[in-house]
Design a protein around this ligand. Structure first.
Ligand code: AMP
Ligand code: ZN
Length: 695
């Protein structure tokens, strides 16, 4: 496989041949006047752009890598000599930006809606029928395109040069990721045809083959592999260091132009042609009028999707005529002129090789099936969750069974059913153990509960380990650099027995551990030290009290100013709190009754960990009756949790936007409330802004 190497400025070793430029003297320094340099620079840029296009977009290279590299180096050297001639759209400017601290926000010129879905032929027919009805006639062309499973990006060109690349974000506000966007070779830094001002959208993705290679590299370096190409692409685009993004095999396909009238576009087909002429890769597309043919095509692609070099999760069906699109308009969520036919989840058969039990933080024993690996929706699957004993019994899953598996939600695969016809009689029934597989303590299944738990709450190594992992996790104490590998070593060396012990470690304890350099040990100790100042609600969450999630932790931290008061709280008074039910109340009380837990808390106190509301800067803002409305999906909270949170701080969550509304919090795919809020001049907050606002 061919690949061009890009040299950073300064790397000219072995550099001799320089094309048209005459070399004189020992220094190898070309004798050029600024004028001829400029001419040569322009010439080189043209040539390089042409060959980049041939190579990356058309996949039809005309010259060797070496020749290409030579031109690139010549250009780099000339630009180094004449830095005043460097332009941001020069091919040399794809790599080498400084890492950023954070991305700045970009408000999109036009809201990025999502697409409505059609999950079967009937829903495709309803979509087409609605278009017919609204249009008042049936003579309508539709364009079919692949729905590439990546992330969308908005590119802005001014006078033909790329000036900005942004992510979709919540549809209204995205992030400016220009330095990363520039590293994508299928995105021209300069348009091919006309030097126009244009804004366009497309999909950033990673091809399957590149994804496999990337994950292999990561595994070789003992880094966590990405779950799927989409996650890999999204993670890469949001890298703060463009050098890292440059090493990720990102690709781009353009699919729409904003303000098409301005470019005299009348049909979607023309949009695609324009994008292609301007140097972009475009999607496969076909034009149809007949709905039955459209359905047939969707079904064909359902069967053929795996043959494509990249992942698609459906087919987008779009009205071709742009004037008709305007007439059809959009709902608050999605345009009425397009729909995404979504492929049904893939189901495959495989064999259950074994059933393994893991023990979680609360002692729950969870059975997981080990599968003979199969390819499902683009990734290799080798485990499936079995949830609990009842589930195993209900599905009658046995070791050795042939089973049908599918992906549930985003990544976790599940067993759809056992193919009993293929049983040989050799299959083994699985029994939940009556002892913890890790510590050997008896297990208990509480009434009304489907889960079986290890009863050794004070010293089961599995519960201990998971409890510590929870304590250091991002939403809890957020102790960076202290992960599973280190915790396992610390436990094995008996340097810690519970999470409070982390605070009594010093550098000398860590250094002898495998593969830990002094600097790294120092950083870890500092991260642990810094976490002493975390807000009180995080500490409550970090303790790992059963049923106390982030939201309950916030409410408790608001109601009780310090840990001692919380520890003394009675069940009845806890239940008085809004959103704290009997289950949580019971759990809190019994947590603090446990001597072992009280001892751990004493240790935290001794270590100087913040255990009260007032000590650090976590006085949360008092909302004093301010009215909040939510729209769209939030990443960190369910709608209920977000409303509870507002309530717990004295604010008032309401469901309609009115003149009385103080804030509208807009998540992913916001609804019509957003428009409404805009009209009424209500302050709109993104999820991040909302969180920052509460601090
Ligand atoms: P959804 O997020 O399911 O509402 O679908 C909308 C998203 O599909 C867009 O934001 C794009 O990221 C993505 N997409 C992929 N391929 C296409 C395409 N050919 N046309 C429009 N959107 C596409
Ligand atoms: Zn145990």
């Amino acid at each position: 496989m061919l690949s061009f190497t890009f040299f950073k400025s300064g790397d000219y070793s072995g550099y001799k041949e320089m094309g048209d430029i005459i070399m004189t003297g020992d220094m190898g320094k070309p004798e050029t006047s600024p004028e001829s340099a400029e001419q040569r620079i322009n010439e080189l840029r043209e040539k390089i752009r042409y060959h980049e296009y041939q190579y990356y977009v058309l996949n039809e290279p005309e010259i060797s890598d070496a020749e290409f590299d030579r031109m690139m180096r010549e250009l780099e050297q000339l630009e180094q000599e004449y830095p005043e001639l460097i332009t941001s759209d020069s091919p040399t400017q794809r790599v080498g930006g400084e890492p950023l601290d954070e991305f700045s926000k970009v408000t999109h010129s036009e809201q990025m809606l999502s697409l409505g879905n059609a999950f079967d032929a009937g829903e495709v027919r309803s979509f087409v029928d609605r278009v017919y009805r609204l249009a008042g006639h049936r003579d309508i062309e539709f364009i079919l395109e692949h729905k590439i499973d990546g992330l969308s990006a908005i590119l802005t060109y001014e006078e033909g040069s790329l000036v900005r690349g942004a992510t979709r974000g919540n549809g209204l506000v995205g992030e400016d990721v220009t330095p990363n966007i520039k590293t994508i070779h299928t995105i021209p830094l300069k348009l091919k045809k006309e030097a126009v001002d244009i804004e366009l959208r497309g999909e950033i993705f990673i091809k399957k083959e590149d994804f496999e290679r990337l994950n292999q590299q990561r595994m070789d370096r003992e880094e966590e592999p990405f779950a799927n190409p989409r996650n890999a692409a999204a993670g890469s685009v949001r890298q703060l260091d463009p050098d890292i993004a440059a090493r990720r095999p990102l690709d781009f396909i353009a699919y729409s132009v904003l303000d098409p009238k301005r470019h005299s576009l009348k049909q979607h087909e023309e949009t695609l042609e324009l994008l292609e002429e301007q140097g972009f890769k475009i999607n496969w597309y076909e034009k149809y009028k007949d709905v039955e043919q459209i359905i047939k095509k969707c079904e064909e692609w359902t069967a053929q999707r795996n043959e494509l070099p990249f992942e698609i999760d459906g087919i987008v069906i779009k009205v071709n005529d742009l004037a008709l699109r305007d007439q059809l308009g959009a709902t608050s969520k999605s345009p009425r002129w397009a729909v995404a036919y979504k492929f049904p989840a893939q189901k495959k058969t495989t064999t259950i090789q074994d059933i393994k039990i893991s023990v979680g933080r609360t002692g729950a024993l969870t059975p997981t099936a080990r599968l003979e690996p199969v390819e499902l929706d683009g990734s290799t699957v080798s485990r499936a969750t079995l949830h609990n004993e009842d589930e195993i019994r209900k599905k009658d899953v046995r070791i050795g069974d042939r089973v049908l598996v599918q992906k549930a939600g985003d990544v976790i695969p599940e067993i759809v059913k056992v193919i009993t016809e293929q049983r040989t009689g050799q299959e083994e029934k699985f029994e939940m153990p009556d002892h913890c597989p890790v510590c050997g303590a008896p297990v208990l299944r509480e009434e009304d509960e489907a889960v079986v738990r290890c009863t050794n709450i004070t010293s089961c190594p599995a519960q201990k380990r998971e409890g510590i992992l929870h304590f250091v996790s991002r939403n809890a104490m957020n102790i960076e650099g202290v992960g599973p590998a280190l915790i396992d070593q610390l436990l094995a060396e008996e340097l810690i027995d519970d999470f409070a012990d982390l605070y009594f470690l010093n550098k000398k304890d860590l250094i002898p551990l495998e593969r830990l350099a002094e600097k790294s040990a120092e950083n870890k100790i500092k991260a642990i030290e810094d976490s002493k100042e975390r807000e009180f609600f995080r500490v409550i969450f970090a303790l790992g009290i059963r049923h106390v999630g982030q939201n309950a932790a916030r409410i408790l931290s608001g109601a009780y100013t310090d840990i001692d008061r919380l520890a003394e709280a009675e069940k009845e008074e806890l239940k008085e709190l809004s959103e704290i039910g009997p289950v949580i109340a019971e759990s809190v009380v019994s947590y603090f009754q446990e001597t072992h837990n009280r001892e751990v808390i004493e240790k935290l106190k001794k270590a100087g960990v913040n255990l009260s509301q007032n000590k650090t800067g976590d006085q949360q803002r008092e909302l004093e009756g301010e009215r909040f409305v939510f729209t769209g999906a939030l990443d960190n909270y369910t709608r209920n949790e977000a409303q509870d949170l507002v309530r717990s701080l004295g604010g008032r969550p309401t469901s309609r936007v009115s003149g009385q509304t103080d804030y509208l919090v807009a998540g992913e795919n916001p609804g019509s409330k957003l428009e409404e809020a805009r009209k009424l001049g209500v302050t709109v907050l993104s999820e991040e802004e909302f969180e920052a606002f509460l601090k």
